[in-house]
Design a protein around this ligand. Structure first.
Ligand code: COA
Length: 333
C-alpha cells in the first residue's frame, strides 16, 4: 500500500477585535442588510495587536497545533506558509514562523496563490510526505487582509478579515489522507483582482501611496462568475475521478469568499447545505486562512474515513479542489 499524507491535527487563530457590519456603516456608504444578503458576512476579525503582522497570527496557530498534537518543534521537517500578506516582501513568513517557535531543523517557504494558497500549499506539503522526504510537515495559511484593504472602498472593505489556520501532515499507510487534486489557472484573470503597486512593476512611491494603489483591487462581478465555474468544475473532476457521488461525499469545504458563491457551487454539485462548511458570517474572507479555519470550526463533527472535498478560487486566477479522506475522529485527538 502506498504512503499517503494524512492531516493529523488542525488549529486556527483569529484576532479578538471584531469589525461588524454596523461598524462599516460608519466608514463607507453601506448597510448591514446589503452586506448580509450580498455576501453572507456579519462580522470579521481585525488584527490590532501592536507590532503584530501575518507571521504572528500564523505562529499562534502553529503553536496551538504543536501543543494539541503533542509535537515537539524539533520534529518538524518542513513548514509551508500560504499568504499574500507576508510580513515583508522577503524573506518568507515560513522561516520567520519557524524562528518564532523554535522550529530549528525544518526548511520552509511561502506559497502565494491568493485564496487558493492554502490548498496549493497542502498538496505541495503532501508530496513531500508521500515521497518519503519529510515525516512531519506543517501547512499554515495566514493573512492580514486589513493591512491591504482600503477602508474607503465599499466594494472590497466589507469582504475581508484577518486570521490564520494550520494543519499537521504525517505519513499513513491507512486508507485515509490526501487522495487527489485538480487545479486550474488563468493568468488573464489578474485584470480583475490584483494590487496595483508595491511589486517590481510599480514599486512604492509617494504617487502610488497618494493614489491608494497599495490595496486590493477587485471587479467583483467578474470574479464571482469565474469563481463559481472554476470551483464547480474542479469539484466535478475530483468526484468523477474518484467515484464519489453526492451520497458518498460527507463534506464540501469551500473557500469563504461569498455565501452566494458557496451556495451556487453546492447546488451545481448537488450537495445539501448541511454538508457544506460555512463560517463566512463570523470571519469574512481571510484569504489563505479560510479552509483551515473551516476545518478547525467543524473538527468535532468530522469522523475518520469521512470524504471531504476542499475547494478554492482566488487571484491569479487560481483554483482547485482536493479530495481528503479524514484521518481521525474529531474530539478524540
Ligand atoms: N454596500 C452597498 N452597495 C454596494 C456595496 C456595499 N458594500 N458594494 C457595492 N455596492 C453596490 C455597487 O456600487 C452597485 O451599485 P450600482 O448598481 O448602483 O452600480 C451594486 O451594489 C451592485 O454591485 P455589484 O458589484 O454588481 O454587486 P455584486 O452582487 O456582484 O456583489 C461582491 C459584489 C463583491 C460582493 C460580489 O461580486 C463578490 O463576492 N464577488 C466575488 C468575490 C470573490 O469571490 N473574490 C475572490 C477572491 S477570493
Amino acid at each position: 500500500m502506498s504512503i499517503r499524507a494524512a492531516i493529523k491535527g488542525v488549529m486556527g487563530y483569529v484576532p479578538e477585535d471584531i469589525l461588524t457590519n454596523s461598524d462599516l456603516e460608519k466608514l463607507v456608504d453601506t448597510n448591514d442588510e446589503w452586506i448580509r444578503t450580498r455576501t453572507g458576512i456579519k462580522e470579521r476579525r481585525i488584527l490590532k495587536k501592536d507590532g503584530w503582522a501575518s507571521s504572528d497570527m500564523g505562529a499562534e496557530a502553529v503553536k496551538g497545533l504543536l501543543k494539541k498534537t503533542n509535537t515537539d518543534p524539533s520534529e518538524i521537517d518542513l513548514l509551508i506558509c500560504a499568504t499574500v500578506t507576508a510580513d515583508l516582501v522577503f524573506p518568507d513568513n515560513a522561516n520567520t514562523i519557524c524562528d518564532k517557535l523554535g522550529i530549528n531543523s525544518a526548511f520552509g517557504f511561502d506559497i502565494n496563490a491568493a485564496c487558493s494558497g492554502f490548498l496549493y500549499a497542502l498538496t505541495t506539503g503532501a508530496r513531500f510526505v508521500e515521497s518519503g522526504t519529510c515525516k512531519k510537515v506543517i501547512v499554515v495559511g495566514t493573512d492580514y487582509m486589513s493591512s491591504i484593504i482600503d477602508y474607503t472602498d465599499r466594494a472590497t472593505c466589507v469582504l475581508f478579515g484577518d486570521g490564520a489556520g494550520a494543519v499537521l501532515l504525517e505519513p499513513t499507510s491507512e486508507e485515509v489522507g490526501i487522495v487527489d487534486s485538480s487545479f486550474g489557472g488563468d493568468g488573464s484573470g489578474r485584470a480583475f483582482l490584483h494590487m496595483k503597486a508595491g511589486g517590481s512593476r510599480r514599486p512604492a512611491t509617494l504617487e502610488t501611496v497618494m493614489n491608494r494603489e497599495h490595496f486590493v483591487y477587485q471587479e467583483g462581478r467578474s470574479v464571482f462568475k469565474y469563481a463559481v465555474r472554476g470551483m464547480a468544475e474542479s469539484i466535478g473532476e475530483v468526484m468523477g475521478r474518484n467515484g464519489l457521488d453526492e451520497k458518498k461525499l460527507n463534506w464540501v469545504v469551500p473557500h469563504q469568499a461569498n455565501l452566494r458563491i458557496i451556495q451556487s457551487v453546492s447546488k451545481m454539485v448537488g450537495v445539501s447545505p448541511d454538508r457544506v462548511m460555512v463560517n463566512i458570517h463570523k470571519y469574512g474572507n481571510t484569504t489563505s486562512g479560510t479552509l483551515p479555519l473551516c476545518l478547525w470550526d467543524y473538527e468535532n463533527q468530522l469522523r475518520k474515513g469521512d470524504n471531504l472535498i476542499l475547494v478554492a478560487f482566488g487571484g491569479g486566477f487560481t483554483w482547485g479542489a482536493t479530495y481528503v479522506k479524514w484521518a481521525y475522529d474529531g474530539g478524540d485527538e
